[in-house]
Design a protein around this ligand. Structure first.
Ligand code: NAD
Length: 235
């Protein structure tokens, strides 16, 4: 255990947006954090950072090893890194681009779960939270690869929750709606009018439910997807 008994949490896609807000929230609550992103990232506090691609098995293994080496244990994992975008079906590069989206959004969490489970078992149990999307529950024109990847990861989470319940490892997802990060930079501000709450989410409004699902307050919640979309999917 760490000196303060603080929880040790691994966060992917930690340099920006929802991942960055999650790191800030966890640090403010006294956790130690291992932060993974494609590029080097500089964060103050009880953080160790790793540059790597979540679609690579080695990045996931190295991140878990780093948590154990730096902080002695691993209690929580936030598999948040994601990639998306509009993809014309008949574009010559569409298949390769879709495979990359599947690699980051589906294989990333699959590899992350596989890498983390031994360390979570060692800690006597833990919690995994995947950032899915409301795009996994509904579709929009042009984003078929993203839609498919996010639907798949929602069911990956359910299956993993069943397989690891006996080990005391809870596995859940959040399904964010439109959130003010780099991903929706340049999005039409009029899109906010489609949201019942009438605005985009701030990244911290996604970090809060992630923090909840990681915490003992969610001790009876596993295999579920918490929709955090301002009512978008209800309409
Ligand atoms: P963001 O672009 O601000 O942050 C994503 C981070 O993930 C970036 O720092 C990026 O470098 C990193 N990343 C991307 N691919 C990676 C890879 N292969 N390996 C390691 N790191 C990688 O975007 P965000 O909105 O904070 O996205 C976080 C998650 O939220 C994603 O899974 C995204 O699909 C999901 N999401 C976002 C929205 C939204 O409206 N912003 C809505 C629903 C779901």
């Amino acid at each position: 255990p760490t000196a303060a008994g603080a929880r040790v949490v691994l966060v992917t896609g930690a340099a920006s947006g929802i991942g960055r807000a999650t790191v800030d929230l966890l640090l403010a609550r006294g956790s130690r954090v291992v932060a993974v992103d494609l590029d080097e990232l500089a964060i103050e506090g009880e953080v160790v950072a790793l540059a790597g691609d979540v679609a690579d098995e080695e990045t996931n293994r190295a991140a878990v090893a780093l948590a154990v080496e730096a902080f002695g244990r691993l209690d929580g994992v936030v598999l948040n890194a994601g990639a998306g975008g509009t993809l014309p079906w008949e574009d010559p590069g569409a298949v390769a681009a879709a495979e990359r989206i599947f690699a980051v959004n589906l294989h990333g969490p699959m590899l992350g779960i596989r890498a983390a489970v031994p360390a979570l078992r060692q800690a006597g149990g833990g919690a995994i939270v995947v950032t899915a999307s409301v795009a996994g529950l509904r579709a929009d024109p042009g984003t078929w690869a993203y839609n498919a990847s996010k639907s798949a990861v929602i069911n990956l989470v359910r299956a993993a929750a069943l397989d690891y319940a006996a080990a005391g490892i809870r596995v859940n997802a959040i399904a964010p709606g439109l959130t003010r990060t780099r991903i929706i930079e340049g999005a039409d501000p009029l899109l906010a009018e489609r949201v019942p709450l009438g605005r985009f989410a701030e990244p911290g409004e996604q970090a809060e439910p992630i923090g909840f699902l990681l915490s003992p307050a969610a001790s009876y919640i596993t295999g579920t997807t918490l929709v955090v979309d301002g009512g978008l999917d209800a309409g």
